[in-house]
Design a protein around this ligand. Structure first.
Ligand SMILES: Nc1c(NC[C@H](O)[C@H](O)[C@H](O)CO)[nH]c(=O)[nH]c1=O
Ligand SMILES: CC(=O)[C@@H](O)COP(=O)(O)O
Length: 136
């Protein structure tokens, strides 16, 4: 059984809550176990939580869930690009899949509501990566 950990950003909680539930439902459908779930204030805060979870021996992969919605400035770009870069760095550093279930940047709230399935996609990718990496 694939053992997952979820890191969920609370910022835009009305949207990330739905992303979280869809992701959990898909993990159950795939027969994967969610061993840990941690909520963080926002997407920018995700990498440290990912690092702590990757250090656990009973975690095969980490799924990140969040939603970055544009404001009046380009702050959304800063949040997303830095978080995404560190997430990519961590997956290579710890040799475990860390998948990106974070929508945005440059996104309106309506566009975010249309992308609730990003968390589901990230669960799918995490399970596939764990299984396929074991084959090589
Ligand atoms: N604007 C969004 C944020 N901003 C907050 C940061 O992610 C972070 O929590 C803060 O800078 C403190 O470290 N976060 C999101 O998840 N989504 C946004 O649209
Ligand atoms: C992406 C965010 O943090 C967002 O709340 C920033 O809004 P603003 O660009 O208006 O400061």
């Amino acid at each position: 059984m694939v053992r997952l950990a979820l890191v969920v950003a609370e910022f835009n909680r009305d949207i990330t809550y739905m992303m979280e539930k869809v992701a959990e439902e898909h993990a159950e459908f795939l027969g994967a176990e969610i061993k840990y779930k941690i909520r963080v204030p926002g997407v920018f805060d995700i990498p440290l939580a990912v690092k702590k979870l990757l250090e656990k021996d009973d975690v095969d992969a980490v799924v990140t869930i969040g939603c970055v919605i544009e404001g009046e400035t380009e702050h959304d770009e800063i949040v997303m690009h830095n978080a995404a870069r560190k997430i990519a760095d961590l997956t290579l550093q710890y040799d475990k899949p860390v998948t990106l279930g974070i929508s945005g940047p440059g996104m309106t709230r309506l566009q975010a509501e249309e992308r609730i399935d990003y968390g589901k996609r990230a669960v799918e990718a995490a399970v596939k990566m764990v299984k396929r990496l074991k084959e090589i």
